[in-house]
Design a protein around this ligand. Structure first.
Ligand SMILES: [Zn+2]
Length: 66
């Protein structure tokens, strides 16, 4: 089995609430179909159907203004 590679893909900002995520790309041996929604406001930041799958870590939480 091939070793999974992790690469740093920089930062992603939620276009709706401006919370900031750190993105890492992991290569899986199988295609993965999923999406990521902002943990703060629920906006769909990214969706994928690929062997290279992003994972998001919240680094700056911006509370949505009601
Ligand atoms: Zn958001």
């Amino acid at each position: 089995m091939k070793t999974w590679t992790n690469k740093d893909a920089g930062k992603e900002t939620c276009p709706k609430c401006n919370s900031v995520y750190e993105v890492k790309i992991t290569r899986f041996p199988l295609r993965d179909k999923d999406s990521f929604n902002c943990q703060v406001c629920g906006y769909e930041i990214e969706s994928w159907n690929d062997t290279e799958v992003p994972s998001f870590t919240l680094v700056k939480r911006v509370e949505p203004i009601e």
